[in-house]
Design a protein around this ligand. Sequence first.
Ligand code: FAD
Ligand code: NAG
Ligand code: NAG
Ligand code: NAG
Ligand code: NAG
Ligand code: NAG
Ligand code: NAG
Ligand code: NAG
Ligand code: NAG
Ligand code: NAG
Ligand code: NAG
Length: 489
Amino acid sequence: MASTTLLCAFFLALLSCSRSERLEEPSTSDMQYTCNQIAAAISSASQVFFPPATEYLFDIEHYSYSNTEASACSVEPGSAADLSEILRVLGSSRTPFAVKGGGHGVNPGFSSTSGVEIAMSRFNETHVNSTCGTVEVGAGLTWDEVYATLGPTGVNLVGARAPGVGVAGSALGGGYSYLSNQYGLMVDNVIRYELVLPNGTVTNVTSNDDDLWFGLKGGLNNFGIVTKFIFQSHPQGGIWGGFRLHAENQLDAIKDALVKFQQKNDTKAAIDVVLSYSSGQLSIAVLFFYDEPTSSGVFDDFLAIPAIEANVSTTTFSDFIQLLGPLVAANGLRVLFEGAPVTQYSPAVFDAFANQTKLWGARLSALDKNATVSSTLEPFDNGFFSFGSGSAFPPDRSQAVFPSVVTVKWSNASLEEVMAFALRNISDTIRAAALADGQNVAHAAVYPNNALFGTPLEDMYGGNVERLRQIRAAIDPEDVMGLTGGWRF
Ligand SMILES: Cc1cc2nc3c(=O)[nH]c(=O)nc-3n(C[C@H](O)[C@H](O)[C@H](O)COP(=O)(O)OP(=O)(O)OC[C@H]3O[C@@H](n4cnc5c(N)ncnc54)[C@H](O)[C@@H]3O)c2cc1C
Ligand SMILES: *[C@@H]1O[C@H](CO)[C@@H](O)[C@H](O)[C@H]1NC(C)=O
Ligand SMILES: *[C@@H]1O[C@H](CO)[C@@H](O)[C@H](O)[C@H]1NC(C)=O
Ligand SMILES: *[C@@H]1O[C@H](CO)[C@@H](O)[C@H](O)[C@H]1NC(C)=O
Ligand SMILES: *[C@@H]1O[C@H](CO)[C@@H](O)[C@H](O)[C@H]1NC(C)=O
Ligand SMILES: *[C@@H]1O[C@H](CO)[C@@H](O)[C@H](O)[C@H]1NC(C)=O
Ligand SMILES: *[C@@H]1O[C@H](CO)[C@@H](O)[C@H](O)[C@H]1NC(C)=O
Ligand SMILES: *[C@@H]1O[C@H](CO)[C@@H](O)[C@H](O)[C@H]1NC(C)=O
Ligand SMILES: *[C@@H]1O[C@H](CO)[C@@H](O)[C@H](O)[C@H]1NC(C)=O
Ligand SMILES: *[C@@H]1O[C@H](CO)[C@@H](O)[C@H](O)[C@H]1NC(C)=O
Ligand SMILES: *[C@@H]1O[C@H](CO)[C@@H](O)[C@H](O)[C@H]1NC(C)=O
């Protein structure tokens, strides 16, 4: 009975929650008209698709079922010039649209729409410029595709830690990598963007462009649509990495190993500790990365803990990332995230993550037996914010903040607000625990790519919000990007 009372308490709290990012929809016939207008405006490099074409189904597919919608049509632009025409048609007809890179954004409507889905998949080229030490990457690629292409070249980029994640969304939101301890965030490694502005003008954005350069480094889809990124590259040899899985009885041993690991300051080493609750059990996955073919001993405390299953070895960067695929698969479920930024995984903060994962895991499993709650603890080096400056995100680089992501996966469509409530409650509880632990996290920014829908801009962009609003007002006076979902300045 006690648990019934508790559930009622949080259902009541839900009445005050609502999603503000959803857009108004024009009529179906208006949208068909717009789709045909687009088809007439683009060159043969691009194409419009309608349901039930295979290409259409591919274009609207996303990682999370909660960010998947049937659009009126999809369009695959094949050139920046065509994308420019597409934006002009959408802007003048005021048609809602979505921009999909890797489709790994999870918030409803952030890269899905009932209007026109722009799938960036044809921007799929990777060009290494060894003279300059740069790599040009098309905005339709996923990081695993880029790693596979770069494998034989001996260079690599600061990119995402799991297969399927888009270059575009991750790099435009900030971008945490296994290489961030050595080279910073993805935004710190961009040399140039090719951008289609909201009014359709195609332009290059570099460090010479004060405002757009600042805005694109964390500001996602506020300033137009990026077609290409030119990144700084870094040498890449063989690596050592993989994962190990443990049962709940190793929780304390994992906590001790994690606490000690954070004192070691070895910038070639990276780990993620994932605590997951599903089907009545807590399990632990530890993901290891060392940027040399053999590890230095920095992980010895972890490796001494008995594992249920393990696959860690000397391998290539690309194969290592592929190996992690099954650990992060959405399996057709709905997925939502929330960030829980901390500056240290101290024993008290670790306990709070474990407690919340179990507590909410059990509560949510009672409502949907397919529910999983997981917390990803991701320590970085204390100096990892020092590789860049002047970016929309992170708004404050004066101390290292570990983003942390809490994830819920579930089946039942009616439970979306319950899941959102749980995520906010977990995140708030973690922040309170970190504050009680003496961490300076009262205003620690939530990573925009981890933040749950409804998060106030100030919580992600801090003191940058006003400048970002001004930049957007100047760049997008007609509010064309207001026709798509996502965080809006
Ligand atoms: C399994 C998993 C692992 C992850 N691992 C990492 C990680 O290691 N590091 C990390 O930093 N993040 C990680 N993330 C978070 C990730 O950065 C976000 O989910 C990000 O939004 C994914 O980008 P995408 O292109 O795949 O998504 P999409 O859903 O396609 O796009 C996300 C947002 O970016 C906008 N966008 C996409 N393309 C463009 C473009 N060309 N121009 C302008 N706007 C565009 C979209 O409109 C949307 O608002 C992970 C997420 C998942 C699900
Ligand atoms: C890139 O996209 C084009 C156009 O869709 C396609 O023909 C080509 O095969 C793709 N290239 C790669 C490497 O996937
Ligand atoms: C590499 O970049 C430099 C500087 O932008 C340019 O001059 C050169 O032509 C590029 N090389 C290739 C192979 O693209
Ligand atoms: C962007 O810069 C590249 C390299 O300097 C150049 O080839 C390209 O034409 C530029 N694009 C625009 C739209 O100015
Ligand atoms: C690691 O860095 C922290 C903070 O900068 C410092 O307190 C600690 O002594 C360092 N540890 C080692 C082993 O160098
Ligand atoms: C480890 O992963 C590799 C793929 O990278 C796979 O071939 C191998 O079978 C796995 N080994 C175990 C023991 O799971
Ligand atoms: C979580 O913490 C609360 C309060 O500190 C405690 O009552 C509860 O038993 C803990 N739950 C779990 C699953 O550890
Ligand atoms: C759980 O998932 C299974 C398999 O996908 C599905 O058949 C079932 O309906 C789901 N359960 C709930 C409660 O939605
Ligand atoms: C989904 O959740 C709603 C609200 O809790 C509930 O009424 C409904 O029975 C659930 N559906 C399934 C298939 O479990
Ligand atoms: C979390 O939700 C519970 C109700 O389930 C409530 O009592 C508690 O105050 C909430 N905690 C935070 C930090 O919001
Ligand atoms: C498009 O927007 C850019 C950036 O605000 C501006 O410089 C340019 O003049 C605009 N072009 C047109 C044709 O309005």
